[in-house]
Ligand binder design. Structure first.
Ligand code: G16
Length: 542
């Protein structure tokens, strides 16, 4: 078959955000848009000649067509081999594992994560580097630069590859291995966790519900949680990946995972509940009658990780993104290990993990993971919780209560103001940015500001500096962070992250929104939300 070189003009808006390029699906489907970005990736990473890649996505609308395009472009760019998930499916953590296992030169992941899917919803593409992690900033900058000067892309005119059967095949001179998306990831989980202990837990009558939200983790959770660990059939719900996620919003939080919340808060609640997102890297954890905030989940997992064989020797360090609560820092302090605060974006954990400085990382945005891959990993978090529950033989509520009794509780919540006019969101940020230097010592809504700054991160491994990573206002015993989302596809999303610390001997039984009310009010006043946004109430509270 022949390689075609198609002339093309640069597209606007091919700047990767927090996690790759995310756009409305129709934008990705514009003639040449996907192709231009893929060619820019090849160009920014030294070309495709002789390279090996993984390729797969979360199964959303346009996933299959995009995969055929990328396969034909990889062949035309001289790639040697592409490993692609059957039916185009690969969860993000499974992609990261396959890159590392097969020592590929990187991987293409097709997903807009937790954003809805469909012709009128969202699509995304990100490239992970040879370490299995999201492309670091220098690489995404190079992709963007390439996209601005692109003149043509190369594509084979070969026929589509049959992705429905697991088999090796060829596309022009390139080898294409269509593989079972679950098998290698399943093997990895078996190595990390005490599957016998978890089997014993289920055999003793322990019940759980896992909501796959019609997204990519369905087949993984079915095979591992029901098939291998022996959870009762039906424990994994909404397990068939659908192109539109069943019309849902595959974001594992109490708002969007309502079905699960209803189940765990009901009279006949299971012992444990969990959910994951579109591409399987996020997680939500609940127990009977209790929701575990992602920041608390990170801290509990870190404090109890030695229950699992992979972490029995202890942790090297713990990293969290800046908006994530300080709960994990308290655990690191007690364990006498390093704690790191990084900008939002899993890519910032990569260097720390590669250097062996941290073992466990986490984010308030429902992401937790470890050095087993270079992505956050939803099912991994669920399995570590199960391993801990199997060893400690107690409930989720009891584990949280004893954790707070020892470390204190960081009441935590995130308030999102979505689809804002960009100028209004910027006005709030500017309003607070302009006051940062003067806030120290001020009393607002009964809280005293100790200091405030704009977070700039110096990577401790390579010394690179990332500026403008969030406005941080520190109060005595509390903190607020404001930043603009880098994953939205419509207008701007302002995120306000709130946390108040209640010491070990304090009252841990408050309702989080009530506990955080003075801090919420202080931020709205400082940012003049009523004037500048025309409203004070957020769209989503998690
Ligand atoms: C991505 C990033 C995360 C980040 C989250 C939210 O997650 O990998 O590091 O915390 O987006 O980012 P933002 O606040 O900029 O919207 P995912 O699961 O969407 O790939």
């Amino acid at each position: 078959m022949a390689v075609q070189n198609i002339a093309i003009q640069p597209f606007e808006g091919q700047k990767p955000g927090t996690s790759g390029l995310r756009k409305k699906t129709r934008v990705f489907m514009e003639p040449g848009f996907l192709e231009a970005f893929v060619q820019s990736i090849f160009q920014a990473t030294g070309g495709g000649q002789g390279k090996t890649y993984t390729l797969g996505g979360d199964g959303r609308y346009f996933n299959k067509q995009a995969i055929q395009t990328i396969l034909k472009m990889a062949a035309a760019n001289g790639a040697k081999r592409v490993i692609v998930g059957q039916n185009g499916l690969l969860s993000t953590p499974a992609s990261s594992h396959l890159i590392r296992l097969n020592k590929t030169d990187g991987g293409f992941i097709l997903s807009a994560s937790h954003n809805p899917g469909g012709l009128d919803e969202d699509f995304g593409l990100k490239f992970n580097a040879a370490n299995g992690g999201p492309a670091p900033e220098a690489m995404t900058e190079a992709m963007y630069a390439a996209s601005q000067t692109i003149e043509s892309y190369a594509i084979s005119d070969a026929d589509d590859v049959d992705l429905s059967v697991c088999q090796p095949t060829r596309l022009d001179g390139m080898q294409v291995d269509v593989i079972d998306p679950v098998a290698d990831y399943h093997d990895l989980m078996r190595e990390l966790f005490d599957f016998d202990a978890i089997r014993g837990l289920f055999a003793s009558g322990f019940t759980m519900v896992f909501d796959a939200m019609h997204a990519v983790t369905g087949p993984y959770a079915k095979a591992i949680i029901e098939g291998d660990l022996g959870a009762a059939p039906g424990s994994v719900r909404n397990a068939v990946p659908l192109e539109d996620f069943g019309g849902g919003h595959p974001d594992p939080n109490p708002i969007w995972a309502k079905e699960l919340m209803t189940a765990v808060m009901g009279s006949d609640a299971p012992d444990f509940g969990a959910a994951s997102d579109g591409d399987g890297d996020r997680n939500m954890i609940t127990g009977r009658g209790i929701y575990v905030s992602p920041s608390d989940s990170l801290a509990v997992l870190a404090a109890n990780a030695t229950a699992a064989p992979a972490y029995a020797k202890g942790l090297a360090g713990i990293a969290r993104s800046t908006p994530t609560s300080a709960a994990a820092d308290r655990v690191a302090d007690a364990l006498g290990i390093e704690a790191f605060e990084t900008p939002t974006g899993w890519k910032f954990f990569g260097n720390l993990l590669d250097a062996g400085r941290v073992t466990i990382c986490g984010e308030e945005s429902a992401g937790t993971g470890s050095d087993h891959v270079r992505e956050k990993d939803g099912l991994w978090a669920v399995l570590l919780w199960l391993n801990i529950l199997a060893v400690r033989k107690t409930s989720v509520a009891e584990i949280l209560a004893t954790h707070w009794q020892r470390y204190g509780r960081d009441y935590y919540s995130r308030h999102d103001y979505e689809a804002l006019e960009v100028s209004k969101a910027n006005a709030v940020m500017e309003q607070i940015r302009g006051q940062l230097g003067d806030l120290g010592g001020q009393q607002i809504c009964g809280l005293t500001v100790s200091h405030a700054d704009e977070f700039a991160y110096e990577d401790p491994i390579d010394g690179s500096i990332s500026r403008n990573q969030g406005l941080r206002i520190y109060f005595e015993g509390a903190r607020a962070v404001l930043r603009l989302s880098g994953t939205g596809t419509q207008g701007a999303t302002l995120r306000v992250y709130l946390e108040i610390y209640e010491p070990a001997n304090g009252d841990h039984s408050q309702e989080p929104q009530a506990a955080l009310a003075p801090l919420r009010d202080a931020v709205r006043l400082l940012g003049r939300f009523d004037d500048l946004l025309g409203r004070s109430e957020p769209d989503v509270i998690t």
